[in-house]
Design a protein around this ligand. Structure first.
Ligand code: UD2
Ligand code: MN
Length: 581
């Protein structure tokens, strides 16, 4: 299954406070909740029009829908119909170079037609939906920073090829201060073939994707804004189902299902073709997707109907343009990359709107091999992603929930995040609901998956008393070999551990378990927080209470559980909190 791009980014930023190798595949199953529906629709500030006045989408079984495109006959070139393409031996060096530069194998991408077809991965039912004839027009906004040529240009071709032309008001491309030659005059020249439908704007300085998207939304003139990453390919008829939801209720953010396109061979690979998933989060705000609870699914008649979701991955969604700005757009205090999906989601839900995932709208996205670009000049002594999360947490979470975030990311607690008074004012003015309301009525499966985190007893690097070695993941992740010790780097990350009041020993979103009463391994955390670990402040021993043994460093810097003996210095651990500021 698909590893999310956000995860691979975290993987790339080895210096960041989240360990990287540990961020695993997230599409685990959720235990269905009992069927109690305490969702009170009066809580929502929906569109005020009476039901009868709203443009309707209807299912006519067996009758092809009005916006249903004629089947496209795939051409015969490489990659056609979403098939993979491969790198020849003599192309290998150049291919590897492009992978380093773009996170994509551009040698393979360049072999594929800019107009290639992708397989129709929708549920069959999708062909029989009849959408309102009159739908709002869309501005598709593509922000980009140093993207490769063929992946970027194929995105534009795909948008034009897969959307009804009267609904596509324009494609707005915003160049976030790229320095690659092919993104300058050559791109302007190329886009003239679309007779003004494709507009290119450029930033005078690096703004990051968040601020660049807001700028794109300002420059757009369609009724609906649709954001896509600059490396996407649309499935048949992906746009009308999104517009139909916004026509029905302008306070709905409509989100397509994001299929995967391989960064290396460009195979189009569908996700969730029969089951439904939706966006949630854990308490360090790593984005997760999990199966939609029955309680939500049963509010619908057809399996292919849209369903509510707490959040979204960030890159692909449609929103009424005016409504986006009524919500204040993105928090302008957030920088470059990350967390903006939560900011907008929480804001929408808590202040009266809603988010829906639309199964009949599917768009493919090329998940990168790694994040190829840096963040430029950044105004923060902590990782930007965490700074962004903090702004979200401080504005939208209630105190109780803030605490879970700071328990999960203790090293950033207290870091100055700049002025958030405008955001707090907005929240007050709009009478926005509490995060507790959101958790109980919208994101109600989150606590099933990610229960409240017990307070930390100690956290930081676990260092030998007589040396400079620290506990370290030594490159291991879930299901892998034992963790060990390594030279202390004092940068947190893979040397940052947390022991909580319930005896759980954790690292990022993962937990540590003893194997065979001997070595220590990384595992998924229990659904109920519990563990067998303890730290004895006076003897400095890290104890495993079930095996009644203590962690000892071996001569080879391995870690083993040994009979506790407080006179053995190899069992003594200094725990130092680590901060980057
Ligand atoms: C995911 C989202 C992405 C965004 C990000 C977190 C999906 C499929 N992708 O990461 O849209 O929400 O999480 O913020 O949900 N870009 C700029 N300026 C920059 C950096 C990036 O314009 O400084 C562009 C980039 O060219 C691309 C888009 O922003 O078109 C998203 O960046 P990405 O593809 O590197 O992010 P991704 O997919 O890893
Ligand atoms: Mn992307």
């Amino acid at each position: 299954s698909t590893r999310s791009s956000r995860d691979s980014v975290l993987k790339f930023q080895a210096k960041d406070a989240v360990d990287n190798s540990l961020v695993d595949d997230v599409k685990e199953q959720v235990v269905p909740l009992p069927l109690v529906n305490n969702f009170n629709d009066n809580d929502m500030v929906h569109d005020k029009r009476p039901e009868k006045d709203r443009p309707k989408t209807v299912m006519k079984k067996g009758v092809t829908g009005n916006y249903e495109p004629a089947p496209v006959h795939p051409g015969s070139g490489p990659g056609e119909n979403g098939e993979p393409v491969y790198t020849a031996m003599d192309e290998r060096t150049r291919a590897d170079q492009t992978i380093r530069e773009y996170g994509f194998n551009m040698v393979n991408s360049d072999k594929i037609s800019l107009d290639r077809t992708v397989p129709d991965t929708r549920m069959d039912e999708c062909k029989y939906w009849h959408y309102p004839e009159k739908l709002p027009t869309a501005s598709v906004i593509l922000v980009f920073h140093n993207e490769g040529w063929s992946t970027l240009v194929r995105t534009v071709h795909s948008v034009i090829n897969t959307t009804p032309s009267h609904l596509l008001h324009e494609v707005v491309m915003v160049d976030d201060f790229s320095d690659k030659e092919h993104l300058k005059d050559k791109l302007d020249q190329y886009m003239t073939r679309f007779n003004g439908k494709v507009k290119i704007y450029r930033n005078e300085e690096r703004l990051g994707l968040i601020r660049t998207r807001t700028r794109g939304a300002e420059l757009a003139t369609g009724e609906v804004i649709v954001f896509l990453d600059a490396h996407c390919e649309g499935n048949p008829n992906w746009l009308p189902p999104l517009l139909a939801r916004i026509a029905y209720d302008r306070t709905i953010m409509a989100v397509p299902i994001v299929d995967g396109i391989d960064w290396d061979n460009f195979r189009y690979r569908p996700v969730y073709t029969t089951t439904h998933h939706r966006g949630i989060f854990e308490w360090g705000f790593l984005y997760k997707e999990s199966q939609v609870p029955q309680r939500e699914l049963t509010t619908r008649t057809y399996h292919s109907e849209p369903y509510k979701s707490p959040t979204h991955a960030g890159g692909l969604f449609a929103m009424d343009r005016k409504y986006f700005f009524e919500m204040g757009g993105y928090d302008p205090g957030m920088q470059i990359w990350g967390g903006e999906n939560f900011e907008l989601s929480f804001k929408i839900w808590q202040c009266g709107g809603s988010i829906e995932w639309v199964p009949c709208s599917r768009v493919g996205h090329v998940y990168r091999n790694h994040m190829p670009y840096g963040f430029g000049k950044v105004d923060a002594k902590i990782p930007v992603i965490l700074l962004n999360y903090m702004r979200v947490v401080e504005v939208w979470l209630d105190d109780e929930f803030k605490e879970y975030f700071y328990t999960r990311e203790p090293s950033v607690r207290g870091y100055p995040i700049g002025d958030i008074s405008k955001q707090l004012e907005f929240k007050k003015e709009h009478n926005c609901k509490s995060f507790k309301w959101f958790m109980e009525n919208v994101a109600y499966e989150v606590f099933e998956r990610f229960p409240p985190l017990p307070r930390n007893k100690v956290w930081g690097e676990f260092k030998t008393v007589d040396g400079n070695k620290c506990w370290d993941t030594v490159g291991q992740s879930v299901g892998g070999g034992p963790i060990g010790a390594y030279y202390c780097h004092h940068a947190g990350g893979n040397q940052m551990f947390r022991l909580n009041m319930k005896g759980q020993l954790a690292l990022g979103e993962r937990c540590l378990q003893a194997k065979n009463g001997d070595t220590i391994h990384i595992h998924f955390c229990e659904t109920q927080p519990q563990g067998f670990w303890d730290y004895d402040e006076s003897t400095k021993q890290v104890k495993h209470t079930e095996h009644n043994s203590c962690v000892e460093i071996g001569k080879d810097d391995s870690l083993h559980l040994q009979p506790c003996d407080s006179s053995v210095s190899r069992q003594q651990w200094e725990i130092n909190e680590v901060r980057s500021w």
